[in-house]
Unconditional design. Structure first.
Lengths: 128, 514
């Protein structure tokens, strides 16, 4: 399965090249190709988004908006492509679908609720 | 007899227009720390040199009761003047008149002065202070913006174009500055965004202030939309005037030359750089030991500070400097610094400014965020810009020149005219630590004391490859120089390159990765 493949992929080599260390004297370091360089960080660098392995069991909002309809109930088993949520954003109705065959574990939203981007709307689990 | 009456009438009419949106509106503008449109122009140009045109242009809006309204000069001032004797064309939006909103005639005034600047091949300075499109004029104001963007593009690379953001500049209006060469912003006064805080809140529910969304500091440090950041309008005008001294009138001229000067700095070039390649220093200190009068006019100081760009003079002539900055992020190339350097290199090339590259960088910034942000296509811009440039291109390798970074930073292979290296230069595929780990992987793993073996192998690699002599033995480096000779040798190389003339293959235009 796609999820398992991702898990087995070695993303760690990225992070090993670059370790951030804040020493006691407030010196900042950056590691490139195993060599540790003394330097300073930029604000943008400190605020950068650190990559995290995606959890495909979480249905997050990819855009902020309003929940128009919830089409499923907890415990329901659905197949890939079934509609589960209608999310209105930028004056459009977005049809949120099951990414794979699975069961609804938890619903964190209500009809009419306004949600930001990356809001955890539902949790699901795969079913064989 | 009647002539005098006519003259008095003219004066009265002009005074009326000069009052813009009236005293109350002018007071409001002043309360925000903002000067009026004409005062701004007068603060930039040589005293008494400004001539205004189209003062009596009137707007043509008729819908929504606009027909009965009088808008002085339709909210924009256009004209010509000089800065230190160099001709410039200028326009300044007048916020006191209908919020500086852009209607059809307003835009026609701007495009008139733009056409003039292009025809006369002189720089254009635009001061933006406008609430945006004049909604009452509908699609006519959109047409106006389009006509401005088209002229910005047409003039690009022919005449220098400078944008000064001294007020709001929102929606479509931001694209004119974005198309120009240099954008100036002032703390608390400049605001640039495509979608304002109110719309963002109503549509997306995200609450953000104007300053945090698109204030001066944001554009100078985070987005890279602004090139110069000032704390007051006065400081901003000084920056503009200084910039004008470094750039030519147009792409067929060279920048004005000044009397040559020796560097003033008390710093000794050989004492600035630590011998240990892992310790930082400020590359700008090196630049100041090289340039006339130790002057360096830095561009985009706050954005992607891991690369330093800007103008200095050598033998009185303007030089563009591109230099890795070990003080920030170890001087790595990343998406932002590549973008910053590439655009500057292309600017120098378009306006006949020789480029000196100072190199000290460990490679590209590793990280998922960088890879996913497209460091490949951004990094490629640097290769493209250096390869394409036909102005004199000179490189000095100070310490680290590793891997792709070595190639990118104006190497011999991209047709650098001269490549010099200090004896401290390390030109290799990667640093000794990384290389030893790969080349001697087996030896290190099988050794009784792997750490001791690693240290020994790192030293072995260092002795063999971490120097300028391997590259020099292939002719990739022209000369290994003593640090204190740097300025002398650069002056010589610039003199030799003065008549450089190379032509690439004919083409409509290249396809840089943007």
């Amino acid at each position: 399965m796609f999820r398992d493949q991702l898990k087995n992929t070695d993303f760690h080599h990225f992070n090993q090249n670059l370790r951030i260390m804040a020493d006691k004297e407030k010196k900042q370091y950056i590691i490139v190709h195993s060599a540790k360089y003394e330097t300073t960080y930029t604000k943008k660098y400190l605020n950068r988004k650190v990559w995290a392995e995606p959890n495909f069991n979480n249905i997050n909002s990819y855009i902020p908006g309003t929940i128009i309809d919830i089409l499923v109930k907890v415990g329901q088993v659905l197949k890939e492509g079934d509609s589960i949520i209608v999310l209105e954003a930028m004056k459009m109705y977005n049809d949120i679908q099951m990414p794979f065959k699975g069961r609804i574990l938890k619903i964190n939203i209500e009809k009419g609720q306004k949600i930001p981007k990356n809001f955890l709307m539902m949790e699901i689990e795969p079913v064989d | 007899m009647s002539l005098k009456r006519n003259i008095l009438d003219l004066r009265k009419r002009k005074d009326q227009v000069r009052l813009g949106g009236g005293e109350e509106a002018i007071e409001k503008q002043a309360a925000m720390g903002k000067m009026t449109a004409r005062a701004r122009i007068h603060a930039i140009v040589d005293e008494g040199s400004f001539h205004e045109y189209d003062m009596f242009v009137e707007h043509v809006g008729t819908d929504f009761d606009m027909g009965s309204k009088v808008l002085a000069g339709d909210g924009v001032v256009i004209g010509t003047g000089t800065i230190y004797g160099s001709s410039v064309c200028l326009y300044a939006q007048d916020f006191t008149v209908a919020g500086g909103s852009l209607g059809l005639m307003h835009s026609r005034k701007i495009t008139k002065i733009m056409d003039h600047a292009l025809k006369m091949r002189v720089p254009l300075i635009g001061i933006n202070d406008s609430g945006g499109a004049r909604i009452q004029e509908g699609v006519n104001s959109l047409a106006g913006y389009g006509e401005i963007f088209f002229r910005n593009t047409l003039s690009s690379g022919v005449i220098p174009q400078i944008s000064v953001i001294l007020g709001p500049c929102a929606g479509g209006a931001v694209y004119s500055p974005a198309l120009t060469d240099f954008v100036f912003v002032v703390e608390n006064i400049s605001k640039m965004f495509i979608t304002g805080p109110a719309v963002i809140k109503s549509v997306l529910g995200e609450d953000i202030s104007m300053e945090a969304l698109g204030g001066a500091r944001v554009h100078a440090e985070i987005t890279g939309n602004a090139h110069f950041y000032a704390l007051s309008e006065k400081e901003c005008f000084e920056q503009i005037k200084q910039l004008i001294t470094y750039i030519p009138w147009n792409n067929t001229h060279k920048a004005k030359t000044f009397p040559p000067q020796e560097p003033k700095t008390k710093l000794k070039i050989e004492n600035i750089v630590p011998a240990d390649a892992r310790l930082p220093y400020d590359i700008r200190d090196i630049i100041k030991t090289i340039t006339d009068g130790s002057e360096f006019f830095e561009i985009m100081e706050l954005f992607a500070a891991n690369i330093v760009i800007g103008f200095g003079r050598m033998n009185g002539e303007t030089i563009g400097f591109v230099a890795n900055q070990p003080l920030v992020l170890a001087g790595v190339l990343d998406c932002d610094s590549s973008d910053k350097a590439a655009r500057f290199i292309r600017y120098c090339n378009a306006f006949n400014i020789p480029i000196i590259t100072l190199e000290d960088m460990p490679g590209y910034l590793p990280g998922v965020d960088q890879e996913h942000a497209g460091v490949i296509r951004h990094g490629a811009k640097v290769l493209y810009a250096y390869s394409e440039a036909t102005v004199p291109k000179i490189t000095v390798i100070i310490r680290k020149a590793y891997g792709g970074g070595y190639i990118a930073m104006n190497s011999r292979h991209l047709r650098a005219d001269f490549v010099f290296a200090w004896p401290t230069a390390e030109i290799a595929v990667m640093g000794p630590e990384g290389a030893a780990n790969i080349v001697f992987r087996k030896e290190i793993a099988e050794a009784e004391d792997p750490e001791a073996m690693r240290a020994q192998k790192v030293q072995e690699y260092k002795d063999k490859f971490a120097n300028p002599y391997v590259a020099a033995s292939k002719g990739y480096i022209d000369e290994v120089i003593e640090p204190q000779e740097t300025r002398k040798i650069l002056l010589h190389a610039l003199r030799i390159s003065a008549g450089k003339d190379v032509q690439g293959p004919a083409k409509k235009h290249g396809l840089p990765p943007f």
